[in-house]
Unconditional design. Structure first.
Length: 294
């Protein structure tokens, strides 16, 4: 299976039309069709449903698209790394980031780092622990930021200087908005929104034996999406402080949980990872910055 063929496959999947894909690839439509048919024969699976004027991925095609995207991203990353091995003035670094207010520390160091290395470029993907560590394990990204304890057998880490504090986002005219903090008793019987990871780990630990008394109405990977449901009166959002604006004109109020619940944030990378010069330089800068803030 050649990378070129996978690129042809991804172009056809993206365009949904053989003719359009062939034009973008600067090859003939029959040549593209032949390549994709050979790929189907090699895998022993039908990848496309062919219609009069379009094509649609089969279930097997959808699976291959995800795998092909990872492989192509990895190949492009390797090419870029080798092109910049001797170019310490710049290069590419790939990050997978959890949703956290502590990202501000990373952004601040990126800004100052780019002043030193003007040809430094960063690429960001977001997700929960499972999503970003999968990409880290595959080598698609160089670093991940987790709102979770890292697996010390697989990763090295730097701990961010501060932690994220949990609380409840609610409409400002809600009766709970009059309270200084929110307890388990306050949450019993309420429709709650939370990230699945936060609910199963942080909130479960915080609520202890009373976890079964709490009702998860729906889970969101992005707090902003959860806040829209809160605005529509569908429930209350458990999230980190500062992720959702609670300014006077926002319509929201944030109240911290009691007992206080905080989550540590970590920058992680694979053990024994060999970095490009630019990635190694960035890690050294992060180490120095975090050491100063201790």
């Amino acid at each position: 299976m050649e990378l070129r063929t996978l690129r042809y496959f991804l172009a056809a999947a993206r365009e949904g039309n053989m003719t359009h894909a062939a034009e973008l690839l600067h090859i003939t439509q029959p040549a593209l069709s032949k390549q994709l048919k050979s790929l189907e024969d090699e895998l022993g699976k039908k990848l496309f449903e062919r219609r009069s004027f379009s094509i649609e991925l089969t279930d097997e095609g959808i699976l291959l698209r995800k795998r092909a995207e990872d492989l192509i991203n990895m190949a492009d990353k390797i090419t870029a790394e080798f092109l910049t091995l001797d170019d310490i003035v710049g290069g590419n670094i790939y990050f997978g980031l959890a949703e956290t207010y502590q990202i501000r520390y990373l952004a601040k160091e990126m800004r100052s780092f780019k002043k030193i290395y003007p040809d430094f470029h960063y690429h960001i993907t977001s997700g929960d622990t499972e999503q970003v560590t999968e990409k880290l394990d595959k080598g698609v990204i160089d670093f991940a930021v987790l709102a979770d304890e890292p697996n010390l057998s697989k990763y090295n880490f730097l701990k961010f200087p501060e932690s994220d504090r949990w609380g409840l986002i609610m409409p400002k005219d809600c009766s709970l908005a009059q309270k200084e903090y929110i307890t388990v008793d306050d949450l019993v019987g309420l429709p709650l929104f939370c990230s699945e990871q936060g609910w199963n780990k942080d909130i479960a630990k915080w609520s202890g034996s009373r976890a079964d008394e709490l009702t998860l109405e729906g889970s969101f990977r992005l707090s902003y999406n959860g806040s829209i449901f809160v605005k529509e009166g569908l429930g209350y959002l458990l999230t980190f402080e500062h992720l959702i604006s609670s300014s006077p004109d926002s319509g929201f109020v944030f109240r911290p949980l009691f007992p206080e619940l905080k989550t540590n944030i970590y920058l992680i990378w694979k053990k024994y990872q060999v970095f490009t010069p630019i990635a190694a330089a960035f890690l050294n800068k992060m180490r120095s910055a975090f050491e100063i803030r201790k």
